[in-house]
Design a binder for this molecule. Structure first.
Ligand SMILES: C[S@@+](CC[C@H](N)C(=O)[O-])C[C@H]1O[C@@H](n2cnc3c(N)ncnc32)[C@H](O)[C@@H]1O
Length: 345
């Protein structure tokens, strides 16, 4: 698939997911690239980049970063994230490409690095299933944890039904009615230990890293901004350690011995596509080997929210849980790319 096709396909996904601004930007870029306009100088060299590295979203994030840094005022007037109103965005974006090509070259080379707080709704439900299946408190290990924001899952207010708030009802992070379908078990959740890893962890207290996280939020999705902003505030009081390690090195150490008295839950969301094949295989092998060592007193669970692609090119995000020692695997439900609504089976 050519980069022009990938831009158009990503535009369709963004439109379906409620970001017409990003969609219009990517459609404009696709047309300009196919005509050999300024987009060709910027994105042409990315033609052979792996699909999973999502060049269209790197491009959208690069432009958004310039807007957030007040370096693209002509484009900013279309960006709600800085008080603008969506309009005819492409001509303004094209001007930025012409004026700031060198800066953009550096920015589109960066990986997409989100820390999507809405995905904590999927994580919470999965943790409740793991807790109910084992009757034990949770030791949470997140691979690809980015800024560690979702390690604070139980410190957010998840308003799952009228008058029913799970987590911390006083939290500035409020997820309103994030669940549908047959709800996860109503057990008490106790997270007694939590840790994460990422080869490039982001520090929620650093201005530069906050800018990075914010730039990959689609600029017309203000509810996501609010969640991110509030989660960064929670992280000020509850910073979560994210070790600068790839998943394989982290899991090799953390899963070396079964941990009695807790259910160890290894969780990841939208990380798999960023792992090279050796790393992916190593993670699978480590989980299977640790699963083989698990016991009813020291169980292991693997909880994952990763995209699957339909033949039409559309994505879905099943939430899967495998528990050991029995090795029981099931699909718990399906989330949207940024989390809610999560439809439980
Ligand atoms: C799209 S972000 C998702 C972050 C977070 N899980 C979320 O849902 O918001 C993908 C993350 O995977 C991380 N990553 C890339 N290679 C990795 C590896 N070998 N092990 C662990 N994480 C990795 C990236 O640094 C990045 O933070």
């Amino acid at each position: 698939m050519t980069l022009v096709d990938r831009l158009r396909m990503q535009a369709g996904s963004c439109r379906n997911a409620g970001s017409p601004l990003t969609a219009d930007l990517l459609v404009g870029a696709a047309e300009d690239l196919s005509r050999g306009g300024p987009t060709a100088a910027l994105l042409g060299p990315l033609e052979d980049d792996p699909h999973g590295s999502v060049p269209p979203l790197r491009f959208a994030g690069a432009l958004h970063r310039l807007v957030l840094a007040r370096r693209a005022p002509g484009l900013a007037i279309h960006y709600p994230s800085v008080g603008g109103t969506p309009g005819d965005v492409w001509p303004a974006a094209r001007d930025v490409l012409e004026d700031q090509l060198e800066a953009l070259h550096g920015l589109v080379a960066r990986p997409v690095q989100t820390n999507e707080v809405g995905r904590s709704s999927a994580l919470l439900g999965g943790l409740l299933h793991a807790a109910a299946a084992t009757g034990l408190p949770v030791r949470l290990l997140e691979i690809g944890a980015s800024g560690g924001l979702n390690l604070n899952v139980d410190r957010y207010a998840h308003e799952v039904a009228d008058g029913v708030v799970l987590g911390d009802p006083a939290s500035p992070v409020r997820l309103h009615r994030p669940w549908r379908g047959s709800l996860p078990p109503g057990v008490r959740l106790e997270v007694v230990d939590r840790a994460g890893c990422d080869p490039s962890p982001l520090d929620p207290s650093s201005t530069a890293d906050r800018l990075t996280l914010t730039s990959y939020v689609w600029a017309d999705q203000l509810a996501r901004f609010e969640r991110l902003r509030a989660a960064l505030q929670v992280a000020t009081d509850h910073p979560q350690p994210v070790e600068p390690l790839p998943a394989s090195a982290f899991l090799a150490r953390e899963l070396a011995e079964p941990r009695p008295g807790v259910v160890t839950v290894v969780w990841h969301s939208v990380v798999r596509q960023y792992l090279d094949p050796e790393e992916r295989a190593a993670v699978t092998d480590l989980l299977l080997a640790a699963g083989a060592r698990a016991t009813p007193r020291a169980p292991l669970a693997h909880l994952s929210m990763e995209p699957e692609r339909f033949a039409t090119g559309e994505f879905r995000f099943p939430l899967t849980l495998t528990t050991w020692p029995d090795g029981h695997a099931r699909v718990l439900g399906e989330a949207q790319g940024h989390g809610p609504p999560v439809v439980w089976r």
